[in-house]
Design a protein around this ligand. Sequence first.
Ligand SMILES: *Cc1c(COP(=O)(O)O)cnc(C)c1O
Length: 399
Amino acid sequence: MSARTGRHFLQIPGPTNLPDRILRAIDQPTIDHRGPDFAALAKSVIAGAKRLFRTKGALAVFPSSGTGAWEAALTNTLSPGDTVLAFETGQFAALWRVMAARLGLQVELVATDWRHPVEAAEVEARLAADKAHAIKAVMVVHNETSTGVASDVAAIRRAIDRARHPALYLVDAISSLGAMELRHDDWGIDVTIAGAQKGLMLPPGLGFNAISDKALAASRTARLPRAYWDWQPMIAAAETGFFPFTPATNLLFGLKEAVAMLEEEGLDNVAARHDRLAEATRRAVAAWGLEPLCAVAKAHSSALTAVLLPAGHDADAFRRVVLERFDMSLGAGLGKVAGKVFRIGHLGWFNELMLMATLAGVEMGLAAAGVPHRKGGVGAAMDYLAGNAGAVQAQAAAG
Ligand SMILES: *Cc1c(COP(=O)(O)O)cnc(C)c1O
C-alpha cells in the first residue's frame, strides 16, 4: 500500500465517518461503571438517546453490533414456534429472518425482487387473512442498507391497525436512525432496533432496542431463551443509571456527543440534509446514464444509493479501482446483488462538499475502470445543490 495523504473517504453506508468531536469525546480515561460519575452520564445519555428515537418508553443499550439488537428484539418478545411475518427486501432483511428461523420461530416470508419496499397493502392482506392471530410479530427493515430501498414504516402501522391485528411491530432502523425521520412512539412501533455506526456517527459497538409498553408486557410471558439479551435486568438497572454488566463506557461518551450534535442541527434538519444529499446523488446517477437499484421513486433511501453497473461490468472491480486510485471505500453489493451494484453511503457526518468529492471519485473511477457512462454527473449534482442554496438558507433561518 502506497503512502496516503489527506483523509480516507469512507463512503460505505456504515460504519460512517467519525466526527472530530466524537473522537475527542471518546478519547478519555474509562471511568468506574459502578461509580457516581457513571450514573449521571448514563442517565443523561439514555434520556438523550430516547429523544433521537422520539420515545418516552424504555430503551435498552447493549454493547453489541446491530445484529445483537435484532436478537434481543426477537428473544424478548416471542416464544418457540411463534409465527413472524417477514419481508425479504434485501440482504439485511434476509439475515434477520434467517436468525428468526434459527431461534425456532416460524417465518411467513414475503419475497421481493430487492428493488421494492414492503407494501402496506400486502401487510394488511396477510394480517387480515390471519384470522386466528397466529402471527405474533411483523418484522420490517426501515431502510434496507443493501439496496437503498426504504419502506414506509408509518403506513405499515396504519395497515396493521386496519387489519385489527394484535401482532407486535418490530422495525430495524439500524441505518435510518440519525439519517431519516423515525418516530418510535407516534408510529406505533413496538421495538425499534438501532446500532451505533450508521446515522449516529459512532464507532461500531452499541445496539439499541426502543421498547413500547406492549412489547415490555409481551416480554413478561415470552419464552424464547435469553440471558445476555434479557431486557428486564437492563431496564431495572437503568432506573439507577447502571447496567447489569460492563457497558461500552467510552462509546457512551461518544453517544452523548452524537446526541448533542444531532440536536444542535435539529432532527428535522438532519433528515432534510440527508434528503438533499440523496437527491443530488440520484441526479448524478441519472446524468451518468446509470440506474439506481431502487425501482420506486417514493422509496429511495436518503442514507445511501445503490447503483447498478451495466451488464458485463463487475462492480467489485470498479470499487477496487476507486479504492486504489482515489483512496475511497464504496459499499459492496451484498448477497444476490454482489458484483452487480456498488453503494454510495451519504449518511452521518457528511456535507455537500464531501458529497461532491465522493461523486467526483465515482465519476473518475467509472472512467478509469472503463465502465460505459456519460460525463456530467458531478455537474448535475452541483447544479442541484447550488440551486437549492436559497432553500437551505431559508431553512437555517427558520431554525
Ligand atoms: C448494518 C445493518 C445491520 C447489521 O448491523 P451490524 O452492526 O453489522 O450487526 C442490520 N440491518 C441494517 C438495516 C443495517 O444497515
